[in-house]
Design a protein. Sequence first.
Length: 329
Amino acid sequence: MSAPEAAWLLIGAALLAYVLTAGADFGAGFWHLVARGPRGDAQREALEHELAPIWEANHVWLIFIVVALFTLFPSAFSVMSISLHLPLTAALIGIVLRGTAFTFRAYGLQPEPRRSALGRVFAVASVVTPLFLGMSLAALSTGAIRVAGGEVATGFFAGWTTLFAVSVGLLAVAIFALLAAVYMTVAAPEPVRSDFRRLAIGAELAAAGFALAAFLRAGADAPALYARLSGSAWTWPVQLGAFGFAVATLGALWFRRFGLARFTVAAQVAMVVIGWGAAMGGHFVLPDVSLHNAASPPQVFAAFFPAVAAGAVLLGPALFFLFRVFRAR
């Protein structure tokens, strides 16, 4: 395995970690937005209780992805930053607004009307951000973003404004909401736990619908990706794995095996991320930017991997201690 390929897998692992952790945090914002009924306030309180100690730490994976991209694959980072300037800027604004609003709501001393307004900002930003992130990732696989002579040859709206990209953005929102709801079936007390069980089942069905819509629309808007998804030897095992874990998640929720559901939903989402990564075929942007033609000189990789190993020695125990302390509450 070459150094660029090892880095590709490392970035993919960080992306998966971000989806499974910070993705659930975004999903919590979605449920915060739509909470209604006599237990709406109790649902929001349970979400905030679980989210407050750890939400900021989960963004470490996004920071790692960004640093790894502009260090190891600077031309790919440049193409993505330029071609997807609008949706990525919107997502970054959403991340900032979301974090700021949640912090002031959770720890501030504002009167209730101000706290309610901050809660709405947090919730709306939690929905808008994954929508734009999903649309941005989808745009990379459409083939609409073209590079000529090392420069982006298409406009600021290429790829991410297609129906396929919108479907993937909505799929991201549904998946994040699903993760949050399933995680809350383990963490929340009754009767709120039963509410999240019902919401998780609905989110699973919604995610299935958006996944089907994205797959069908890929044939028109992302033909290269569709060809790999529908014709490669690895495609059907991965898709069947995602489907099997989705059915297992529904079964575990139905029979109230919430600990099992938390495992199966994580495996389901992992299959989705792995399937997308494999379908990209070693490209950051289809068809012009691959991990080989965008890679930095070998000396950069030689310095990067020891630095990552040293950082992991410091970060790993710190994250473990953080989660253990707050899970012990």
